[in-house]
Design a protein around this ligand. Sequence first.
Ligand SMILES: NC(=O)CC[C@H](N)C(=O)O
Length: 379
Amino acid sequence: MSQPVKLALADGTVFSGTAFGAEGESFGEVVFNTSMTGYQEIITDPSYCGQIIVMTYPQIGNYGVNPEDIESSGTALKGFICREVCEKPSNYRATHSLSSYLAEHGVIGMQGVDTRALVRRLRTQGAMTGVISTVDLDDASLVAKAQQSPDLVGQDYVKAVSAKETTCWSEALSELARTPANQTTLPPNSKRPKVVAIDYGMKWNIPRHLVDCGCDVEVMPGTSTAAEILERNPDGVFLSNGPGDPRPLDYAVNTIRDLIGKKPIFGICLGQQLLGLAMGGEIYKLKFGHRGANQPVMNKKTGRVEVTSQNHGFAINEKTLPDNVEVTHINLNDNTVSGIRHKTEPVFGVQYHPEASAGPHDSRYLFDEFMQSMIGVNV
Ligand SMILES: NC(=O)CC[C@H](N)C(=O)O
């Protein structure tokens, strides 16, 4: 028999559906993602720590879940909502159905929801805290819990998902992810650059790309100091994506500030936001964020438009950036900052995901730009 589940939002709205995955109760910031595919990468992206995800695409789960397409060792999200979940996946790579995977990882799933109504609510009111529950189905009680649950703003979620110790990363892209168009060839006799990747909740396809580019990669905790990083003597430092509000992460901002001018730096998503803070910019919260695999971004230098994968709820305020920082990319949906670069140092970042996974590969060239900044020649 299908079990009921409810979602209550802090604005008092309650949605009912049918449970799949795990049973229980959890709270999180309720956000929506417009990707048609890629649910497995979304579910295992640590940047969703503290959030309940609503998928706008009406049927999710039809190709199941496989062990190769994961983006971290587990799941960090607080709930997963869709219109309809497919219980009979069809894919030769699948080892799990979406339901069994979520059950195994303790994630509450909810289907049978009018996701169009829910997403319209989030678009008009903004992303907000919600409670998802299979154990308390009383509307008033759930709404009260949603209103009393802590807001994502102002909290450090990085410490929950960041690497705890320094490790070497050796996994490259899978054969299926590698195409002739996305190969980097190191010049003859060039030594392999060493990258320290600071892990604030890093998606695994990023170090896989760095290895494919010809880098030796060391992963370090998000709390690492500049002295600890410089001790490893890297040729470049990568700042990863990660969950939550970047503004409380003083330890990360201080580290990055101390590294600017000493090493080439490349930041993705949270990494770019932290870079912006370290260079003197300010961060604000977007009303409902950008989460999907078809966000248009313009590269201001080339005028070329890249279709990008995105997952963020905060952004850099362009007006607060100092004169030595330029905006290199803009999001064409709302003209927000999508990329920044230091004018005199090899230091840059983007608000989107050049590692794709899931999403288009239009922005892979950014890994080549990072390579060039480390080895000093074009690749
Ligand atoms: N994917 C990410 O790195 C997200 C960055 C940040 N947590 C935000 O929501 O804006």
